[in-house]
Design a protein around this ligand. Structure first.
Ligand SMILES: Nc1ncnc2c1ncn2[C@@H]1O[C@H](COP(=O)(O)OP(=O)(O)OP(=O)(O)O)[C@@H](O)[C@H]1O
Ligand SMILES: [Mg+2]
Length: 353
């Protein structure tokens, strides 16, 4: 809201400006008179009047401009002063200090108040991004550090000449598994980076989605057979127009998760059917389930609900963030329903075209 000034202040300002203009015209009158006298010229009266008035106005403009500049530079004009804290905040943000928040002292001026709110919002978002960046770096370091520590430990143990062939074989297998894990993490990170880069173009083309899913389930057969899991699939014949390679990563991640988090002799049920102009993919398992407080977070990078990792094979927690990204790139959605120790269902809906 603009501040209301009393009426007399306007009148006083008007009188003040008129007085200055008149004074300047008077000065111009004496100055030009003096010049005419020196150069010994007697111009017509009209020309003298015009010259004096113009010169007087030029003097007035120069004087007011100079006074304004001085007042602004000294901060005597309150309206100008309000920008000082905003400029100060912007400078601190530019130096990387995102903790700055402007107090709500600008309510008098709606525009300045909006500007201050935007600066606060920008600082808050930069702050959150910085935190996410830090968390991401610490997660990456941790995920890479743990297999490296394990590789170093077992490599050292292999130096022992008294190891039996069986022990040696066991240690080598662990080293191999840990290096595979390392290379999977970097592969997944590169995949995420490429999915998030603006350059990645989807390559949609029509193909039989039910066949793709059936083939993937069959490809995983050794894994679910190994755990005596009862796998059931009811897949309706559906042709979808989508990026086949990317979607195969979605189904594979979800099927792998279900196998990984389902105990021996459990069951997994996969369904695929159309619903209006959408396709619905549903995978349910009778696995360990996900605690309610973790259900909204499992799509974050590196988030693992089963933190102890004692019951399940290690993973890096990147799978579902890749899944979500690909589904969203296809303008679809993914949701989870789960009950601890009862099982989990993931539902993916995608537009057919
Ligand atoms: N079917 C499921 N049953 C129980 N928990 C699940 C299931 N799917 C995912 N989760 C939980 O969600 C977490 C995140 O899953 P995500 O696929 O992102 O990671 P991950 O499988 O641990 O590792 P990665 O996929 O990178 O190998 C898992 O660690 C697990 O705690
Ligand atoms: Mg996974």
């Amino acid at each position: 809201m603009r501040r209301e000034h009393p009426r007399w202040i306007g009148v006083a300002w008007f009188m003040f400006v008129v007085t200055i203009i008149i004074s300047m015209i008077v000065i111009a009158f004496f100055l030009t008179g003096y010049i005419y006298k020196i150069i010994n010229w007697n111009p017509p009266f009209l020309l003298i009047q015009i010259a004096n008035t113009l010169l007087g106005l030029v003097f007035t403009g120069t004087l007011i401009g100079a006074a304004g500049k001085v007042a602004r530079s000294r901060g005597w004009v309150p309206e100008m002063n309000v920008f000082a804290p905003i400029l100060d905040a912007l400078e601190r943000i530019a130096r990387g200090d995102f903790s700055v928040r402007l107090t709500n002292e600008f309510q008098d001026n709606q525009m300045v108040s909006q500007l201050a709110n935007s600066v606060n919002k920008m600082a808050l978002e930069l702050d959150q991004m910085e935190n996410m960046r830090q968390e991401f770096i610490s997660n990456v370091s941790h995920e890479i550090q743990s297999p490296l520590t394990s590789i170093r430990g077992f490599a050292k143990a292999l130096e022992n000449d008294h190891l039996s062939a069986e022990e040696r074989h066991h240690y080598l297998r662990i080293i191999e598994e840990e290096s595979t894990r390392l290379s999977r993490i970097t592969e997944d990170l590169l995949k995420l980076a490429s999915l998030e880069s603006e350059q990645l173009q989807l390559e949609p083309r029509p193909y039989r989605l039910d066949q793709q899913i059936r083939n993937l389930i069959l490809a995983c057969e050794p894994q679910w057979k190994n755990k005596s899991i009862n796998m059931e699939a009811s897949l309706e014949k559906i042709t979808i127009t989508a990026d086949e390679d990317l979607l195969s990563q979605v189904w594979l991640n979800l099927v792998h998760n279900s196998i990984k988090f389902t105990l021996e002799a459990g069951s997994i049920n996969v369904e695929l059917h159309p619903h209006a102009d959408q396709i619905i993919f549903k995978i349910s398992d009778t696995g360990i389930g996900i605690p309610e407080e973790d259900q909204t977070r499992i799509f974050e990078r590196f988030y693992k609900a089963d933190k102890s990792r004692t019951r399940t094979k290690a993973g890096s927690g990147l799978g579902l963030s890749i899944v979500k990204k690909i589904v969203e790139m296809h303008k679809g959605a993914i949701e989870v329903q789960s009950k601890i120790n009862a099982g989990t269902t993931f539902i993916v809906s995608l537009p057919i075209k």
